[in-house]
Design a protein around this ligand. Structure first.
Ligand code: TMO
Length: 316
């Protein structure tokens, strides 16, 4: 990123109320890049908005398990997608401690859960109930998991093996290393019409392209993850599913508010719906647009939307 000469601009109104204009600091805002499509696309979009506002930016590729340490120490500043199903525990911990700051909630409602293509229901009657899946495990046997059924997970989930144990299911978890790999496995299974149960989430491109359903595990309750006595297994945690209608939040480093106030306010206003997120991930994953092309196209087509995210006093 080219460093520009830095001029600190102060603006005052008739009542002598003054504020600074972006960029309040020329230090680069460090934006986290994760390993699923919508997060990367949204990060590119907020990065390009920040550049238009005059900021310097940097991208940091980091796993969601390592991001909290970086955010806490100010080595990263922005995460545009914090999902309830996989990140609620760490989000609560670091924001309660004040090490990381919440920048509000998107309109999108989320779910992250085991998922199967529609044709699996024909060979496993009783789905989407998890007890049907439990009975049908043989359909999902794979050389890697024989004699158990395979559940293909991603690198982000909560303890799936703990859930499998708590619900006494004959499954083993194999993990894909990112969203692309999950997508490729899903495409292949669907082409061959072979039974598959896989980690999926909404909003995502999958719901636009394929018919299928999430597995219905016992309804999520926070107690399920802290109190073994809760739920159908009295001895173990995780005998429940992930939240439905989960939240999707944004977070910032604790210095963001004071170091780049206009960027922080813009992040708070940065707001995506289910439809918007599913569409941008479809552009990248299915229409094979690069992240940069998809981000530029989105900015061009949605100028009114993103301009309203920048507070009036921050427009220059
Ligand atoms: C964090 N993810 C949306 C991939 O579940």
């Amino acid at each position: 990123m080219k460093r520009m000469a830095f001029i600190f601009v102060i603006v005052c109104n008739l009542n002598n109320v003054c504020w600074s204009q972006p960029p309040e600091s020329s230090k680069p805002i460090k934006i986290i890049i994760s390993n699923w499509t919508s997060q990367i696309a949204l990060s590119k979009i907020i990065g390009k908005i920040y550049i238009k506002m005059g900021y310097n930016i940097e991208y940091k590729k980091v796993s969601i398990s390592n991001q909290w340490g970086l955010l806490s120490r100010g080595l990263a500043d922005v995460q545009v997608e914090v999902w309830e199903g996989t990140m609620a525990k760490m989000f609560k911990k670091v924001t309660t401690e004040g090490k990381v700051v919440s920048a509000g909630t998107h309109d999108a409602k989320t779910r992250e859960e085991w998922w199967y293509p529609a044709y699996v229901e024909k060979v496993c009657p009783g789905l989407p109930d998890w007890k049907a899946l439990k009975r049908c495990y043989k359909l999902f046997i794979n050389p890697k998991t024989d004699p158990k059924g395979m559940y293909l997970g991603g690198p982000w989930e909560k303890p799936d093996m703990a859930r499998i144990r708590a619900l006494n299911m004959n499954f083993l978890v194999i993990r894909a290393s990112n969203g692309d790999e999950l997508g490729k496995n899903l495409d292949k299974a669907i082409k061959e019409k072979s039974p598959i149960v896989i980690f999926n989430w909404t909003p995502n491109w999958v719901e636009v392209q394929y018919k299928g359903k999430f597995v219905e595990f016992p309804e999520f309750d926070p107690a399920c993850e802290v109190d073994p006595k809760w739920g159908i297994n009295p001895d173990l945690l995780y005998d429940c599913g992930n939240p439905k209608d989960g939240w999707l939040k944004k977070v910032a480093s604790s210095v963001m508010k004071t170091q780049w106030p206009c960027a922080f306010q813009t992040l708070k206003n940065f707001n995506w719906t289910n439809r918007m997120i599913a569409e941008i991930s479809l552009w990248v994953d299915r229409k094979k647009m690069s992240y940069d092309v998809a981000a530029e196209k989105w900015l061009e087509e949605n100028t009114i939307t993103w301009k309203t995210w920048i507070p009036d006093q921050c427009q220059n």
